[in-house]
Design a protein around this ligand. Sequence first.
Ligand code: ATP
Length: 239
Amino acid sequence: ELGDPVLSLRDVSVRYGGVVAVDGVTISVPSGAIVGLIGPNGAGKTTLIDAISGFARSSGVITLGSDTLDGLRSHRRIRAGLGRTFQAIELYDDLSVRENVLVGLSGRGMSAGVDEADLDEIFATLGLSAVSEVAAGELSQGQRQLVSIARALAGRPRVLLLDEPAGGLDTTESAWLGERLKRIRDTGITILLVEHDMSLVLAICDRIEVLNFGRLLAGGAPAEIRGDPAVAEAYLGTG
Ligand code: ATP
């Protein structure tokens, strides 16, 4: 029942000197889905997001809809319909939530195209309406994470790449975040979610891909991945 692929990776590799951080990964991300990307520390998850978003040089083929992204600079990939967040949230603590989102856009030369009504809709989807004029420095970690997601959404992406959005959140905040991510998906935006919080991943993902030592170890529905002995071993084992 999952949609046609909107983001496709074919034989994608990233090398850092002698280290093969991502090694021949082929993944299709179905349109309108939340796809989890999991794996032990150092498995290559962030590097794969960097490759998709143009922050790391990769070999292989990456397509978004009918566009081939390979060789494009990151700002061109944003224009083609990608949005992303980073593991470390960087907000201007003295600026309001709304200003943080607008500053993020102007950094990409996009502020002229942003509509206040669109922003209000994004804040409503993320549960940020009540704090949209509050300084970012006053927010909880969970709210800060949502602001960084709002900033990515303001570029109107088709596909949103999230790098450990539940990092530093408690279980209540993480569950709240999960509900918000499902709402984003329900607006038609596809999400590729790198995340260590397995209860969040199992709760909201339509499909899960597992990386280990840069390679794709398994891919499937959450129930399949949860019961896969190779996945359990990768997490417990030698790495
Ligand atoms: P974590 O869950 O700990 O964030 P990860 O799965 O995101 O890990 P990556 O951060 O993508 O893993 O790292 C994959 C491999 O690539 C690791 O061996 C890492 O040391 C290496 N690596 C990542 N970035 C660089 C870099 N800029 N230069 C050299 N090696 C790098």
